[in-house]
Design a protein around this ligand. Structure first.
Ligand SMILES: Cc1cc2nc3c(=O)[nH]c(=O)nc-3n(C[C@H](O)[C@H](O)[C@H](O)COP(=O)(O)O)c2cc1C
Length: 350
């Protein structure tokens, strides 16, 4: 982990992104200011390692981790940390609503290697909201602030919050909520610029990120609808945010992180990955995951993600249909090879 001296901590990325400068969250330097978004069942250890190696983002975030499950010592939940030396700096995202349980979970996360603790206040799925955590925290700002205070007092690492624009569509509560979270101890605010009731529908409204940025002193991380590196540049320019966070566009596409970083740093865009490289990386992904959760479960759990590596190529749907029945990595390797032959033939013919 890289840390900044206090007098350097004012270093923030230029809104015009003219250089490879980062910014700091508390003592943690995030450089470059490109962050892999937390995504359940996606940003596990294997994928974080892959994105770090290929994309070199300034920060990785784990999938959301249940503090209740940690409280009850769920072995499966403990295995979700999977923080290895090649992931730092890494933020562990936790959810729940009980300040004491959240604080205890944050300590565990730090013991497991977290450089930052992120509190989920944006997940809208009923399973999470019914615990009072996730986006439901926006409906109980007093408890949300108690949680931030309790977690901040429990750990020495910085505590951040990832939230949404508000709960109800059009009620931009976060403009004020963010100020309260900052006062409670949040050292950065990540804003997914949609309302909770929207889920992932409709467009993210980046003007809301700009408004939060004007209200708080801590760094603001912009999130929502970065689909290409140029979108990241546009988000910096339109919102003056301190960092951009990329979610769905990075699924099966770690190269978007690499390309975004290159664009921000003014470097030449690296050549796009070849089809062969895409297959190799997809297999690397599943092989790494198999090390932690076993081959059959890894193969099953990546059925939806692996075809994303060849999205847009001829025969991608053929591959998707076959992968559903695969049970081993060897079978996957054969399928990717068959797909490559098919796709190259049809690309030549086109
Ligand atoms: C499959 C999936 C899982 C997600 N899981 C989480 C999560 O665990 N924690 C969280 O804060 N947000 C989660 N999100 C939301 C993303 O972090 C991000 O805010 C959202 O996808 C918008 O960014 P994007 O347009 O770049 O995808 C998830 C999104 C998706 C698509």
């Amino acid at each position: 982990m890289t840390t900044l001296a206090a007098d350097e901590s004012a270093l923030v990325v230029s809104a015009r992104c003219t250089g490879p400068r980062g910014f700091s969250i508390g003592s943690v330097l995030v450089n470059p200011p490109v962050i892999l978004a937390p995504m359940a069942d996606i940003t596990n250890g294997a994928y974080r390692r892959l994105v770090k190696r290929i994309g070199e983002p300034g920060l990785l975030v784990t999938e959301l981790i249940s503090t209740m499950a940690l409280h009850y010592k769920s072995a499966r939940t403990y295995s979700m940390f999977d923080i290895t030396s090649n992931q730092h700096p890494v933020s562990v995202q936790i959810f729940g609503s009980d300040p004491e349980i959240m604080a205890a979970a944050a300590k565990i996360a730090v013991d497991e290697g977290a450089d930052i603790i992120d509190i989920n206040m944006g997940c809208w799925v009923p399973k999470v909201c019914k615990t009072g955590g996730g986006a439901a925290m926006m409906k109980d700002e007093a408890t949300a602030c108690k949680v931030v205070e309790a977690v901040s007092s429990a750990v020495a690492v910085p505590v951040t919050v990832k939230t949404r624009a508000g709960w109800d569509y059009g009620k931009f509560a976060t403009e004020h909520f963010a100020v309260r979270l900052e006062a409670a101890g949040a050292r950065a605010i990540a804003l997914h610029a949609r309302y909770a009731v929207q889920g992932h529908t409709g467009d993210a409204d980046w003007s809301l990120i700009a408004r939060v940025k004007q209200r708080v002193k801590v760094p603001v991380i912009g999130n929502g609808d970065i689909k290409a590196p140029q979108d990241a540049l546009r988000m910096f320019e339109e919102t003056q945010c301190d960092a951009v966070m990329i979610g769905r566009a990075a699924i099966g596409n770690p190269w978007i992180v690499r390309d975004t970083v290159a664009l921000l740093q003014g470097r030449d865009m690296p050549p796009p990955p070849t089809l062969a490289e895409r297959g190799v990386v997809a297999l690397e992904h599943v092989t790494d995951l198999a090390r932690t959760i076993g081959e059959p479960v890894a193969v099953r759990s990546l059925r939806a993600q692996l075809p994303q590596y060849v999205r847009g190529y001829p025969g991608a749907s053929f591959l998707r249909d076959r992968i559903v029945t695969a049970t081993t990595i060897a079978e996957l390797a054969t399928l990717f090879e068959m797909h490559r032959d098919y796709a190259l033939k049809h690309m030549d013919a086109a």
